[in-house]
Design a protein around this ligand. Sequence first.
Ligand code: UDX
Length: 439
Amino acid sequence: MKISVVGTGYVGLVTGTCLSEVGVEVTCVDINTEKIESLKKGIMPIYEPGLEEMVIRNYKRQRLNFTTDLGESIQGAELVFIAVGTPPGEDGSADLKYVLAVADEIGRKMTDYLVIVTKSTVPVGTAKKVKKTIEDALSARGKSIPFDVASNPEFLKEGAAIDDFMKPDRIVVGVESEKAQEILSRLYKPFTLNGHPVIFMDIPSAEMTKYAANAMLATRISFMNEIANLCELAGADVNMVRKGIGSDPRIGSKFLYSGIGYGGSCFPKDVKALIKTGKELGHELKILEAVEEVNEAQKEKMFEKILRHFKGEIQEKRFAIWGLSFKPNTDDMREAPSLVIIEKLLKHGAQVVAYDPVAMNEAKKHYLGDSIEYARDEYDALADADALVLVTEWAVFRAPSFKVIKKLLKQPVIFDGRNIYDRKELREMGFAYYGVGVV
Ligand code: UDX
């Protein structure tokens, strides 16, 4: 089976590579020549555990190819994934210009039947627009080549994307023809052998599923953050509450961790986009508006604790930040809570020195520049700092030597944004400890 994947961003590259791993002949397409040349040399545009080896292996086997020529990539292909970016426009809605430009090019260049599948997270109704764009491009050529559109949202988590793709909980596919369904079931057969289902449905439902899944998960997080804030006032421990409620199978124990707010490329963008879709369709999504509001506020909560501890006097104070990426195992800084905390600290005249095992380059290049200092390692960040602020729960930060930390810090103060440390132990050692949802 031969397919084309347009867009070598996060979703496209992981999708194309994992499909080539099971033997599909995949051509990944991107308009960025530099990116394509680097990929041929085995240089990844993103950090994702396990991806590089898989790309190199399948490129050598010639099952995974890279090109800038979309027209060539769809010759002899049965299916093409559109996996280009859908950045949020100013009003929060997903900007479809890249998706529709690809659809137009497909329409201008296709020569045989094709299934065109939207893989990027796109609002309900996008497949219809893709279909119309291709029809227009074909009729401009005076051709009537048959094709189908389909929707196949991804549910990959950054940092675990390869595993999520190879062993999916489920694969959701929206189709409107039997032929498209047959081709997509053939494509995904290797991933269903262990009983993971492909759930076929109509296209709008598939498009909606993706948003509903992310919105539900974001809701759980904001809900738990609200409970955590209440726990702090009521003298309860949110960790215990989480265990207490999570053992009810109707609730489930996953995704109930309170912290410093969700970030990343999906939740913030998708929650906004769904609110916008609701507005367009004449329905106000009140719960999601609150989810977003709570999340914004949560990103500032840890800073407020810092300010309170130092009685508002943080000018000239030095803060060590452990972790910059929005979560571990990724260099992604999009909507990262670290950005909010650091911005607030800097605005109040504090100095910031940060260490992140992977994301420091990303931070330097795109976000924080040289407004802060970057440390060589986690302990290096602590020298002469007035407090440690744990922002991202990378494995290297999980069991540090608190004796060394105490020696290095000017004052033994820890702000733990992810509740990963034992507050009793730390307090016994003489630390001032602040967590989330605990007193
Ligand atoms: C998410 C979805 O999980 C994935 O299915 C979808 O395809 C894309 O969006 P991702 O953004 O990579 O994936 O990260 P995820 O691990 O889900 O975490 C999202 C954010 O929620 C992070 O900021 C994380 O720290 C936060 N989070 C997660 C919590 O605050 N508490 C939790 O219990 C879980």
